[in-house]
Design a protein around this ligand. Structure first.
Ligand code: MG
Length: 211
C-alpha cells in the first residue's frame, strides 16, 4: 500500500515518518494539567496511521479525542538545520488531526511507557491536502457546525522553525516526513455520525465524517 499526501500542485509525496510534538500550546498543556516543557519533545505515529480520506473509522471499543494541528511536509533531506534555514526544508502546510486514545494515553503516561499505541492506530493521522503558504490565520475545527478548537500558529510555544531545527539535530529529517506541530485547547471526543470541518480564517479546507 502506498501512503502518500498531495501538495499544492497535485503532486504526490510518499510519507516517510510522522513526527508529532507534544504540549506546544500553553492552553492545551493547561487543560491536561501539564507543565509547559522547557524544550520540545516528540513522539511518532506509524505510517499506516496516515489518513487522507474523508472519513474517520473509529477503532472498536476505544474512545478517541481530536487534536487539531498544523502539519508540515518536509520537502528535502536535512540534518542539523538552523532555525534560519528551516523554511527551505518545508514543502507545504496542511491541517490535520492527531487522533488520540486519551484513556490509553493516560494509562501509558502513568506507567511511564511510550504513547505509541494510544497515538498510532489506523487512520489516526488525519491530513488535508498541502498548500504552499504557511497557515498564519486562525485555524479551526467545527464538529456538527459548532466550533470546538481554534488556534493560531503565533500561540505555539516552539515555532515551526524551532521544531524543525531541534528535531533535525536529534534525527535526520527525510523528504516526505510530516510534523504535527501541536494542538491548541479544546480537545474532546468524536463519535460515529459526527461531521468535522477543518478550516483557516473563512476558508474550510477539509471535511470528514466519523463512523
Ligand atoms: Mg497532538
Amino acid at each position: 500500500m502506498d501512503y502518500t499526501v498531495i501538495d499544492h500542485q497535485g503532486d504526490r509525496f510518499s510519507v516517510r515518518n510522522i513526527y508529532c510534538i507534544g504540549r506546544n500550546y500553553r492552553t492545551h498543556a493547561a487543560e491536561l494539567n501539564h507543565e509547559v516543557p522547557g524544550q520540545p519533545f516528540f513522539f511518532q505515529k506509524s505510517i499506516p496511521a496516515l489518513n487522507t480520506a474523508k472519513e474517520i473509522i473509529l477503532p472498536i471499543d476505544r474512545e478517541i479525542h481530536h487534536e487539531l494541528e498544523i502539519v508540515v511536509l518536509i520537502g528535502k533531506n536535512g540534518e542539523n538545520i538552523s532555525e534560519n534555514d528551516a523554511d527551505d526544508f518545508i514543502h507545504g502546510y496542511a491541517l490535520g488531526l492527531d487522533l488520540t486514545d486519551r484513556k490509553l494515553q493516560t494509562k501509558l503516561k502513568e506507567s511511564k511507557l511510550p504513547w505509541l499505541l494510544a497515538k498510532s492506530f489506523k487512520g489516526s493521522a488525519v491530513v488535508s491536502t498541502f498548500q504552499s503558504e504557511n497557515i498564519t490565520d486562525d485555524f479551526w475545527l467545527r464538529i456538527n457546525g459548532e466550533i470546538r478548537q481554534r488556534g493560531n500558529g503565533s500561540q505555539m510555544i516552539f515555532s515551526i522553525p524551532q521544531q524543525i531545527s531541534f528535531l533535525s539535530r536529534m534525527i535526520p529529517l527525510m523528504k516526505g516526513d510530516l510534523i504535527f506541530t501541536g494542538t491548541p485547547s479544546g480537545v474532546g471526543y468524536i463519535q460515529p455520525g459526527d461531521l468535522l470541518k477543518l478550516g483557516v480564517g473563512e476558508q474550510p479546507i477539509h471535511f470528514l465524517s466519523v463512523r
